[in-house]
Ligand binder design. Structure first.
Ligand SMILES: Cc1cc2nc3c(=O)[nH]c(=O)nc-3n(C[C@H](O)[C@H](O)[C@H](O)COP(=O)(O)O)c2cc1C
Length: 395
């Protein structure tokens, strides 16, 4: 029997978290026209009240050009007072707060941003139905500056941490992946070159974060499709990153434009996905070819654990595991295996107070099945669990 650790404090860089649970970044869709709504503030406040150690506000773009959705936040000065309000409400409930910073790269939506998406190389992207423009050295420098500026804003807003989105097939992960990065300059080719941008972004963010903010990086254990980043290279990326001193890595996997369900597993809510697409081309594409192009992956508890262990053996950086963590028993096993933090998305979508219920022994596991309808709802507006009513009726 291992000593229970889930509800013990953890030191994450300059922060002390009250326990080892993290609300993983999961796009809330609660920023109409890019402005954080009351729903966003209330949701994170509820997760904090619900006992989590660290909650992560999802998917803020570092520039307006890096957005996938019109109801997505992008980092700018005028947001600071609103984000400060969010941070204060979370702090009042005893949790720490982070924000995920990223850029969609080839998945940015031209109808939202008004500009052609950029990427490491001009490889056609089925998700965005677009052929992106290859980034120039100037674009790359601007991106690094944008990450640093966004970090300064997060710091000024009184947040505790930033999470750099280095996985899931977004721009930094597109640089890591041999499938999307076909460059033959200093930013492509050998792994050290493909990892250069992520390392540089971590360095710039680290400089801006100083000793005030923890710096966390979300990283793929593998992309999940043939021709993408594989486990051995991903572990090497973690080794390279270690030199930049991130306070933790969050280990996930998958590439939204190639295998979106790899990162979530479980059912594919295709009908609802067709319904919630805003663009006709996406609706038609999904309705006609969805079953062919969106591959299913069966759900199992802690589905990245085995791949994650290769990172545990390779680096000393604290590690958070995400993906299918559902029961207290399994989370304790994950911690006993050497991970430092357990990150949860869907269990805190269906029940924002799941962590507290675990702590009090009112639940042994999450009620999330997972039907993944929450994911389908995020395309249209506020992301929500359509199964929550079933749960309330059961309780
Ligand atoms: C509705 C929804 C939105 C998501 N949005 C993001 C996101 O913005 N950024 C991110 O890194 N991961 C995102 N994810 C992935 C989750 O953070 C997490 O890695 C994944 O759901 C597996 O964890 P879980 O089994 O605890 O849900 C999202 C997941 C869901 C269900």
């Amino acid at each position: 029997m291992t000593t229970p650790r889930l509800f013990t404090p953890f030191r994450l860089g300059p922060l002390t978290l009250r326990n080892r649970t993290v609300r993983s970044a999961a796009f809330e869709g609660m920023c109409p026209d890019g402005w954080p709504s009351e729903s966003l503030l209330a949701y994170h406040e509820a997760v904090a009240r619900g006992g989590v150690g660290l909650t992560t506000v999802a998917y803020a773009a570092v520039t307006p050009g890096g957005r996938t959705f019109a109801h997505q936040m992008w980092m700018r000065e005028e947001l600071v007072p609103r984000l400060r309000e969010l941070a204060e409400r979370v702090h009042r409930e005893g949790a720490a707060v982070s924000i995920q910073l990223g850029d969609a790269g080839n998945m940015a939506d031209r109808e939202v941003t008004g500009q052609r998406p950029v990427a490491p190389s001009p490889v056609f992207n089925l998700f965005g139905l677009a052929r992106p423009r290859a980034m120039t050295a100037h674009d790359i420098e601007e991106l690094c500056v944008a990450f640093a500026r966004a970090t300064r804003l997060v710091r000024e807003a009184g947040f505790d941490a930033v999470e750099i989105q280095g996985g899931h097939g977004y721009l930094l992960s597109q640089f890591l992946s041999p499938y999307t990065n076909r460059r033959d300059d200093a930013w492509g080719g050998a792994l050290a070159n493909r990892a250069r941008l992520l390392c540089e972004v971590v360095r710039r963010v680290r400089e801006e974060a100083g000793d005030r903010l923890a710096v966390v990086v979300k990283l793929n254990t593998r992309d999940g499709f043939a021709g993408g980043l594989e486990l051995d290279e991903a572990v090497e990326v973690a080794r390279l990153l270690e030199r930049e001193g991130p306070d933790a890595l969050v280990l996930s996997g998958g590439f939204v434009s190639k295998c979106p369900m790899y990162l979530m597993r479980g059912e594919i809510p295709l009908k609802l996905m067709v319904k919630t697409q805003r663009r006709l081309a996406h609706k038609l594409g999904l309705a006609l070819f969805g079953k062919l192009v969106v591959k299913a992956y069966p759900f199992s508890e802690a589905f990245f654990l085995e791949d994650g262990l290769a990172f545990r053996r390779a680096v000393k950086t604290p590690l958070a595991l995400v993906g299918g963590l559902r029961t207290r028993a399994r989370m304790e096993e994950v911690l006993a295996a050497g991970f430092d933090l357990c990150a949860l998305a869907r269990p805190l979508i269906i029940e924002p107070d799941f962590v507290r219920k675990l702590e009090r022994g009112e639940r042994e596991g999450s009620a999330c099945e997972p039907c993944n309808r929450c994911m389908a709802t995020m395309y249209f507006g506020e992301m929500t669990c359509t199964e929550r009513e079933r749960l309330c009726a059961r309780d």
